[in-house]
Design a protein around this ligand. Structure first.
Ligand SMILES: Nc1ncnc2c1ncn2[C@@H]1O[C@H](COP(=O)(O)OS(=O)(=O)O)[C@@H](OP(=O)(O)O)[C@H]1O
Length: 200
């Protein structure tokens, strides 16, 4: 029979075991923290990236065939972008209307308001030397012209077939103050008898 070991023999056999568990725990904690940090960095990077401009999929006249030479993104994509910009501008204008001081007002009040909202102070509704539509945020002009309501167009592109009218429309559409119909309405040659109510 083996002689009993010295006092403390049991703790020495247990110690390496707990040490290895502790080391594993540390390793797991480190890898968890590293993956959390990587995830955090990626999330931050995603926020700073601009979102993709994605148009609704599907064919149709507006979708445009490849190789038509309009823009690399294709007409569908361009048709979507103004809608997002419009929503943003609508919000801007709503904020601007909320913040606009009631008229009439004194010179002091106006100056204070213009200090508070320098980017919007030039919008219509303001007065004085600094007020002009050009100083308002982009897209304000279209909103102030009651964009979204049923109106007759302010400009019409007329052209022969294969004359490059689609390309012109798509390039104009890029501007945030330009709102264009999706498909060609063909009012004057096909739907004139339906009247202006149809055209609006
Ligand atoms: N800047 C410029 N220079 C030369 N050619 C151009 C330009 N812009 C558009 N295009 C060509 O015009 C064709 C499309 O014209 P439309 O948009 O009027 O076509 S459509 O009739 O409405 O279908 C189309 O030609 P095809 O590709 O032969 O169909 C376009 O490539």
């Amino acid at each position: 029979m083996a002689p009993p070991g010295p006092a403390g023999a049991l703790p020495t056999s247990v110690e390496p075991l707990s040490r290895s568990i502790f080391r594993k725990f540390l390793l797991m904690l480190c890898s968890l923290l590293t993956s959390l940090y990587v995830f955090y960095c990626l999330a931050e990077r995603c926020q700073t990236l601009s979102g993709p401009v994605v148009g609704p999929s599907g064919g149709g006249e507006e979708a445009g065939a490849p190789g038509r030479g309009v823009l690399a993104g294709g007409p569908r994509e361009l048709a979507v972008w103004p809608a997002a910009a419009q929503r943003k501008r609508l919000l801007q204008l709503q904020q601007w209307r909320r913040r606009r001081p009631p008229a009439p007002r004194g010179e002091g009040e106006e100056a204070a308001w213009e200090e508070e909202s320098p980017g919007l102070a030039g919008g219509p509704g303001g007065s004085g030397a600094g007020s002009s539509v050009a100083e308002a945020p982009p897209g304000t002009l279209a909103l102030l012209l009651d964009e979204g309501s049923k109106q007759l167009p302010q400009a019409i592109i007329i052209g022969v077939k294969k004359g490059g009218t689609r390309a012109l429309l798509e390039f104009l559409r890029v501007h945030p103050d330009v709102r264009a119909v999706g498909a060609e309405p063909h009012f004057f040659d096909r739907s004139y008898d339906k009247g202006l109510a149809w055209y609006r």
